[in-house]
Design a protein around this ligand. Structure first.
Ligand SMILES: Nc1ncnc2c1ncn2[C@@H]1O[C@H](COP(=O)(O)OP(=O)(O)O)[C@@H](O)[C@H]1O
Ligand SMILES: [Mg+2]
Length: 313
């Protein structure tokens, strides 16, 4: 046998205990040199892997979303300053504050509509820096908008079908030529779109133009479209805006059910205190871009700074 043969077990057991470690260490180093991408992975992902490994040792789950030191300026205006938030998998968190506090700005930063001036956003262990919104959607991030953004001239059904496209296996030319594989996939998506419309109670409106739906229905359609992208984290920007008290109660029940059914983590921006108090397990309060309180809803509600800034009392 040549020199590179694997040592016999007997000989290994006679060796110094450290030799096993040295063997694996030196072979790892050799592997790194022979495979530069392994070295790169160690270099780029080392910090997060180490954190994840330590969390595993401590039997803690790493955060679904971890934001640290996030800041953004628009000219002279500091819209967000040193924002920090960690949401565990399955968490149902809320973000509240008066108008202009910076809440939507946080969503724009997480979803890639804005780049931060400083700070990091890590989603499922991946740093989102410079990733475009589309890539973030593929990673499992979905959002709705404060000012509903639907394809108003498309049907309700087509608005949901659009959501499935980011998970499509077909190439564009397969869609143009309508090859059997594409047609089968489209049929599958149509079935799932109808199921989602049933969930949001809009199945009967599947053929209507989205722009003609009542306001509350448009909000639910936007949520269905977000769900169609297959998210793990759903960001909802003021989902109760424009709803009456009964519709708000229905929405709370609907969001809780949806979260369980789809195994989601949720972050909800809301102006309606009744909704966040009944829905969220943790709140962050922003005022003029600054975080003035964080914690369970009951504690946040009693916080004098929150009462002063948010309720204006
Ligand atoms: N793209 C932008 N360019 C300039 N200013 C912006 C932009 N987006 C938000 N702002 C400003 O940042 C502040 C926070 O806005 P926003 O996050 O929308 O507040 P909120 O959602 O809490 O009501 C506001 O003063 C707003 O005018
Ligand atoms: Mg807003």
């Amino acid at each position: 046998m040549g020199r590179l043969s694997i040592p016999a077990v007997g000989r290994e057991s006679e060796a110094h205990p450290a030799s096993g470690f040295l063997y694996s260490f030196s072979s790892s180093c050799l592997g790194m040199l022979l495979r530069p991408q392994a070295l790169l992975r160690l270099w780029c992902g080392g910090a997060h892997s180490a954190i994840n490994l330590n969390l595993e040792l401590l039997n803690l789950e790493p955060a679904m979303l971890s934001i640290s030191g996030l800041s953004v300026r628009f000219g002279g205006l500091s819209a967000l300053e040193d924002f920090n938030l960690a949401i565990p998998p399955g968490g149902l968190y809320g973000l509240i504050g008066p108008n202009g506090a910076g809440k939507t700005t946080v969503f724009n930063l997480i979803s890639g509509f804005l780049e931060a001036t400083a700070g990091t956003i890590v989603f499922r262990g991946k740093n989102l820096h410079r990733l475009n919104p589309h890539t973030r959607t593929i990673l499992g991030l979905a959002r709705t908008f404060q000012n509903i953004r639907l394809f108003e001239d498309l049907t309700v059904m087509d608005n949901v079908m659009v959501g499935f496209h980011c998970r499509s296996q077909s190439a564009w030319w397969e869609a143009v030529l309508r090859v059997p594989r594409y047609v089968r996939e489209e049929r599958r998506h149509a079935g799932r779109a109808l199921a989602l419309l049933e969930e949001v109670d809009l199945k009967d409106a599947a053929g209507e133009k989205a722009g003609q739906l009542p306001y509350g229905h448009q909000r639910r359609l936007e949520i269905a479209r977000a769900l169609a992208t297959g998210p793990q984290l759903l960001l909802l920007d003021e989902p109760a805006a424009g709803l009456n008290p009964q519709e708000t109660l229905d929405l709370i029940r609907f969001l809780k059910r949806t979260k369980e059914r789809h195994g989601l983590t949720m972050l909800v921006i809301e102006h309606n205190l009744r909704l966040v108090m009944g829905l969220c397990e943790h709140l962050t309060v922003l005022d003029h871009g600054l975080t003035i309180a964080q914690g369970p809803p009951a504690a946040v509600r009693e916080n004098p700074q929150v009462i002063q800034a948010y309720l204006g009392k």
